[in-house]
Design a protein around this ligand. Structure first.
Ligand code: SAM
Length: 239
């Protein structure tokens, strides 16, 4: 169970109404039962139900069952598409070990608005279901150009673009020594349904940290492209 509360030896964790309903109403746990907790910061802790009622309750931390497992420093940057497909991208990025998820507005973005809180909740749920101890931060929507204005000097950017036939394949670029990319940190950039504009392409192609890469000869939908790129990245560099 995810809780937004510090976890540690001797720590007690108050439950809100939804959590109490889930544990005591749905799961039918009683005082003394064990629950695994994580908060994205302190690893996984086994806790005991100390107080239980319909609307609230208290858990008492007993022992740590998993240390915090931080993912490699990989950002997934994508342009939001339709709601269900955007939810899918966030969920899969969280499952596959993205450290941060950054929605960006591009020149051809389909959706100018996102519910960051909803997307963050999807990331929490994905971590919860996969037994993770870390929850990637889902950033607020920002302009791609603004993100590039402050791009970190040492972060490699895998710019996935279907436009140019014959460009380097993702796996070749991510393992390349020229320029060396293996030391990271990294980011993957996936465009919207309409792809990138010429101006965006020009700007990205001119960036020293950006590597234009192909995911193969077929044009993939943005959500498929995000999963394919993360899979290839995991294959080459993940742990
Ligand atoms: N511009 C295209 C069009 O309108 O026909 C399609 C864009 S595609 C649906 C969405 C995004 O997925 C692209 O911007 C790119 O980041 C990524 N993508 C899809 N297929 C790709 C491929 N074969 N290689 C690299 N990136 C790809």
């Amino acid at each position: 169970l995810y809780v937004d509360h510090p976890l540690g030896a001797g720590q007690t964790v108050p439950l809100d109404r939804d959590q109490a309903h889930y544990l005591f109403g749905v799961m039918r746990l009683a005082v003394g039962a064990r629950v695994a907790l994580f908060n994205g910061r302190d690893g996984e802790w086994q806790a005991e139900v100390a107080e239980a009622s319909k609307r609230c309750g208290v858990l008492a931390c007993v022992e740590q069952s998993k240390p915090l497992q931080l993912p490699p420093d990989l950002w997934l940057i994508f342009a939001p598409i339709k709601k269900a497909r955007t939810d899918f991208i966030v969920e899969k990025a969280a499952e596959m070990g993205a450290a941060r998820i950054l929605p960006v507005a591009t020149d051809f973005t389909n959706s100018e608005r996102i519910r960051q809180d909803r997307l963050q909740a999807h990331a929490v749920e994905a971590a919860e279901q996969c037994g993770g101890t870390y929850v990637p931060e889902v950033a607020e929507l920002q302009k791609l150009s603004a993100l590039l204005d402050h791009w970190p000097e040492n972060r490699q950017l895998m710019f996935c673009d279907e436009a140019e036939v014959g460009q380097r394949l993702f796996l070749d670029a991510v393992q390349s020594e020229d320029p060396p990319t293996a030391s990271g940190p990294w980011a993957i950039l996936i465009g919207p349904e309409g792809g990138f504009s010429d101006a965006e392409r020009k700007r990205l192609q001119a960036m020293q940290q950006a590597h234009v890469v192909s995911l193969g000869p077929r044009i993939l939908r943005a959500d498929t492209a995000a999963v394919a790129a993360m899979t290839l990245w995991q294959r080459a560099l993940g742990d």
